[in-house]
Design a binder for this molecule. Structure first.
Ligand SMILES: Nc1nc2c(ncn2[C@@H]2O[C@H](COP(=O)(O)OP(=O)(O)OP(=O)(O)O)[C@@H](O)[C@H]2O)c(=O)[nH]1
Ligand SMILES: [Mg+2]
Length: 329
């Protein structure tokens, strides 16, 4: 699949994606991913502008938690439940750490295989390809693609619980943090600042010993945490699931819908879209600046300034200021 497309192609692709073509959705997400990896900024800008009128409807649910906690199994079970409710679903599996689509995503493909032929489900995985800030651009744009394709709900699964995962799930309307008994991940979650971002906790693998202890640990940590966000606050519920058997998943869907309702009742439903728009605008602006700066380094006064630095006439910082002044001017 070619990662570049002309203007006419882009409009065609967007039209095809809107009519539900999984291939078009896949190609658009690849474009976004490549742009996030440093290429095709002009195309990215054009894509963002082309998609914008058709987006703003989908609701984004982020799922995060330690490796192996059951995110993909839960995501797949959620897809089943949401499809039974006739909702169109997008799944975006994001791996912030790996430059390759490694083992975790491969495993996901197996777990998601039962949905592969359902025209009401779009499943894509995305890796950062090692480019700093790549996810910040690619994730909101990929969400836009899925939104334009008519998804009612988009489930975003991230691998692991670190800072970049937090950034990704912060783009969601509702953030689900998963834990499992005996993984000691309660402490890990607290360290990663994930308690503050969770709208909902899932204690998965409730068929295993220690599930109740994990629930108690979680409730204890929440009681210590002072939530200071101003206004009436949402108390994150704890849902027990056995995702592998689909148990507790209807309760999870119910809890997700209650959070959505709460956001609407409190006039806060624009917070998620606002966070996504912010990340997107910032990412496009920074990428454009970087591209412009990159162009300038190719010619202009850089060689002359470098000479003066070598001659000791100018210190490197002063030379950098001159370059910056030229870019601004
Ligand atoms: N006993 C039990 N096992 C489960 C449950 N849910 C998932 N598993 C198993 O746990 C393992 C990991 O599940 P995944 O869904 O791949 O976990 P994940 O969080 O997506 O893993 P990564 O993407 O690698 O971080 C698989 O072998 C699942 O079958 C559950 O409710 N009970
Ligand atoms: Mg997974």
């Amino acid at each position: 699949v070619s990662s570049s497309a002309g203007t006419a192609d882009l409009a065609d692709l967007v039209a095809a994606a809107r009519s539900g073509s999984p291939r078009a959705v896949g190609r658009l997400i690849s474009l976004v991913e490549d742009a996030g990896a440093g290429g095709g900024q002009a195309q990215l800008r054009e894509l963002a502008a082309t998609l914008a009128p058709y987006t703003g409807r989908a609701r984004v649910v982020g799922l995060t938690g330690s490796p192996g906690v059951g995110k993909s199994t839960t995501t797949s079970a959620l897809v089943t439940a949401l499809r039974a409710d006739d909702r169109r679903v997008g799944v975006l599996a994001v791996d912030p750490s790996s430059p390759f689509s490694g083992g975790a995503l491969l495993g996901d493909r197996v777990r998601m295989s039962e949905h592969a032929t359902d025209p009401g489900v779009f499943i894509r995985s995305m890796a950062t390809r090692g480019h700093l800030g790549g996810l910040a651009t690619a994730t909101p744009q990929a969400l836009r693609v899925l939104d334009a394709a008519g998804c009612d709900v988009i489930l975003v699964e991230t691998v692991g619980v670190g800072q970049s995962e937090v950034e990704v799930v912060a783009m969601a309307d509702t953030t689900v943090v998963l834990l499992a008994p005996g993984m000691g991940d309660g402490v890990q979650a607290a360290k990663a600042g994930i308690l503050e971002i969770a709208d909902l906790f899932v204690v998965n693998k409730a068929d295993r010993d220690g599930a109740e202890a994990t629930v108690r640990e979680l409730q204890h940590m929440m009681s210590l945490e002072r939530r200071e966000r101003g206004g009436p606050s949402w108390r994150p519920p704890v849902v027990r699931t056995v995702a592998a058997r689909g148990e507790g998943v209807d309760e999870l869907v119910g809890a997700l819908d209650r959070h959505r309702d709460w956001l609407v009742e409190h006039g806060r439903e624009r917070e998620g879209p606002r966070r996504r728009a912010r990340a997107e605008v910032e990412a496009i602006a920074v990428a454009s600046l970087r591209e412009r700066i990159g162009d300038l380094s190719g010619h202009a006064s850089l060689p002359r300034l470098a000479e003066r630095v070598v001659d000791g006439e100018l210190d490197p910082s002063a030379a950098a200021d001159e370059v910056l002044a030229e870019i601004a001017g």
